[in-house]
Design a protein around this ligand. Structure first.
Ligand code: FAD
Ligand code: NAD
Length: 408
C-alpha cells in the first residue's frame, strides 16, 4: 500500500511553503501521501523582520527558526538542498545535490530583488532578501563606519546611506537605520552631523496608494530623525562610488558606499527559467492556485500572481497572502490525493497593512479602514507577528521568538 502513496514535494520553507507543509502534516491521513519539503537552509526565516536584521536593530537569530522545531520530521521528509530547476514534463526537481520526482508539486521559492536592468545595481548595491543578505548589509555599514575613523581624509561617502525606493521595504528599513545611526556614531566615535541617511523614490510620493495622512505622519517622523527624502527622483545608475539620479531631467551623482536597493521584487527566477508561464516573474495561477498548464503544480506566495476581481489589480506579494494561499493549496492537495475533484477557490481575507517605523512606532490601516499610528500601530504590528509565531509553532515558539515587549 505504502508504495502507491503519491509524492507531494514542497519547494521553499518561506511563509507559503512552510505553512503548506504544516497544514498538510495536520490534514493528511497516514496513507494519503508522502510529503517532502525542500529548502536551502535548515531554518525558516521571517522575511518581514529582515529589515531589522539588516539595520542591526534585531539579531538575525531571532528571525530564523529551525525547521525541525516546527515541522514533524517523522511525518515530513525534509531535504536541505538548493533547487536548481524544475522539469514539469518529467515531474522532476533538479537539486544541487540530486533530484526528486513528484506527483504533486508546490512552488514556494519566494522573491528576488528586481533591478529593472539598471546599470551597476547588481554589482554595487545591496538588497534585503534573506538572512545572509541582511547580515551582509549590517556588517557592511558597520565596516564603513569603522573605516571612516581610520582612513585618511573626510570620506563622507562611507557615512552616507542611500535607500532606493520608498515602498514598504524601503520605509521600514530606513526607519530602522535612522534609529541605529546614533548607536553606530557612539560606537565608532563619529559626529552624527556627518552621517547622511537618504531615501530616493522615483514616484511623487512615498508608499504610493497608501493612506495619505499616515504617509505624511511617517515622513515627518523620519525627517525628524534626519532622513532626507528625494521624491520624484529616479536612480539611473549605480557604480563603485555611489549612484546617479535624475529629477526633472537634471542628473546628479550622490557619493555613497552604502547603497541599499529596496525598489521592487519579482518571483524567483528559477520558475521562469524552468519554462513556466510568468508575468513579471510570477505565475498567473488559476483560482485554485494551480499553474495554467499543469494540474499537479501549485504555486504559493511571491512566485504566484492572482488578480483581485474587485480592484482588477493583482493581490500584492505579501506574507499575509502567502500564508492564506498555503491553506488553500494544502486543502486542494488533500482533495486531489483523496480523489475528490472539488477544489477550493482562493479567497483572501485581507486584514489590512501595518508598517513598522522602528521598535516603538508604526502606521497601519486595519479592520475595514481603521487607521493606526504611533504606539497603537506598533503594538498591532507586534500582535500580528506574535500571532504568526503562534500559528507556526505554538505558544512555546511565540514565547521564545516573539515580540513580547509590546508596551515598552
Ligand atoms: P519567502 O518568504 O521569500 O521564502 C522563500 C523560501 O524559499 C526561503 O526559505 C528561501 O530560503 C527558500 N528558497 C529560495 N530559493 C531557493 C532555492 N533555489 N532552493 C531552495 N530553497 C530556496 N509582507 C507582509 O504581509 N507583512 C509585512 O510586514 C511584510 N514585511 C516585509 C518586510 C521586508 C523587509 C520584506 C523584504 C518583505 C516584507 N513583506 C511583508 C513581504 C513578505 O515578506 C513576502 O511577501 C513573503 O516573504 C513571501 O513569502 P514566500 O513564502 O513566497 O517566500
Ligand atoms: P514596492 O514595489 O512596493 O516599492 C518599490 C518602490 O521603489 C516604489 O515606490 C517605486 O516607485 C520605487 N522605485 C522603483 N524604481 C525606482 C528607481 N529606479 N529609483 C527610485 N525609486 C524606484 O516594493 P517593496 O517595498 O519591496 O515591497 C514589496 C512587497 O512586499 C509589496 O507587496 C509590499 O506590500 C510588501 N511589503 C509589505 C510590508 C508590510 O506590510 N509592512 C513591508 C515590506 C514589504
Amino acid at each position: 500500500m505504502m508504495m502507491n502513496k503519491p509524492n507531494i514535494v514542497v519547494l521553499g520553507a518561506g511563509y507559503g511553503g512552510i505553512m503548506t507543509t504544516i497544514k498538510l502534516e495536520k490534514i493528511l491521513g497516514d496513507n494519503d501521501a508522502n510529503v517532502t519539503l525542500v529548502n536551502k537552509h535548515d531554518y525558516h526565516y521571517q522575511t518581514t523582520w529582515l529589515h531589522e536584521n539588516a539595520a542591526g536593530t534585531l539579531h538575525h537569530d531571532r528571525t530564523r527558526i529551525p525547521i525541525k522545531d516546527v515541522v514533524n520530521f517523522n511525518k515530513i521528509n525534509f531535504v536541505q538542498d538548493t533547487v536548481k530547476s524544475i522539469e514539469p514534463s518529467n515531474k522532476k526537481v533538479i537539486l544541487e545535490d540530486g533530484e526528486l520526482t513528484y506527483d504533486y508539486l508546490v512552488i514556494g521559492l519566494g522573491f528576488e530583488s528586481a533591478t529593472f536592468g539598471i546599470e551597476g545595481l547588481k554589482e554595487h548595491a545591496f538588497s534585503i532578501y534573506s538572512i545572509n543578505s541582511a547580515r551582509l548589509i549590517r556588517e557592511h555599514i558597520e565596516y564603513n563606519f569603522a573605516r571612516y575613523t581610520t582612513e585618511p581624509g573626510d570620506r563622507r561617502d562611507l557615512l552616507t546611506i542611500v535607500v532606493g525606493g520608498a515602498g514598504f521595504t524601503g520605509i521600514e528599513f530606513i526607519a530602522e537605520i535612522a534609529n541605529r545611526v546614533p548607536e553606530l556614531c557612539q560606537e565608532y566615535d563619529i559626529d552624527p552631523e556627518k552621517v547622511r541617511v537618504m531615501n530616493v523614490e522615483a514616484g511623487p510620493a512615498a508608499l504610493a496608494g497608501f493612506d495619505e495622512e499616515l504617509v505624511e505622519y511617517a515622513m515627518n517622523r523620519l525627517e525628524e530623525k534626519g532622513v532626507e527624502f528625494r521624491l520624484g527622483t529616479m536612480i539611473k545608475q549605480c557604480n563603485e562610488n555611489g549612484i546617479l539620479v535624475e529629477k526633472d531631467g537634471e542628473q546628479e551623482t550622490i557619493d555613497s558606499q552604502n547603497v541599499i536597493w529596496a525598489a521592487g521584487v519579482t518571483g524567483n527566477s528559477i520558475v521562469e527559467e524552468s519554462g513556466f508561464e510568468v508575468s513579471r516573474g510570477r505565475v498567473p495561477v488559476r483560482e485554485d492556485l494551480r499553474t495554467p498548464d499543469h494540474d499537479n503544480v501549485f504555486v504559493v506566495g511571491d512566485c504566484a500572481v492572482l488578480f483581485n476581481p474587485e480592484t482588477e489589480r493583482p493581490y500584492p506579494p505579501t506574507a499575509q497572502i502567502a500564508m492564506q494561499m498555503a491553506d488553500t493549496a494544502a486543502h486542494n492537495l488533500k482533495q486531489l490525493v483523496t480523489n475528490s475533484s472539488e477544489l477550493e477557490t482562493f479567497k483572501p481575507n485581507l486584514q489590512g497593512t501595518v508598517a513598522s517605523l522602528g521598535h516603538t512606532d508604526a502606521i497601519g490601516v486595519v479592520f475595514d479602514g481603521k487607521k493606526l499610528y504611533g504606539r497603537s500601530a506598533s503594538i498591532m504590528k507586534k500582535v500580528i507577528d506574535n500571532r504568526y509565531l503562534l500559528k507556526l509553532g505554538g505558544i512555546g515558539l511565540m514565547l521564545k521568538k516573539g515580540k513580547l515587549d509590546m508596551f515598552r
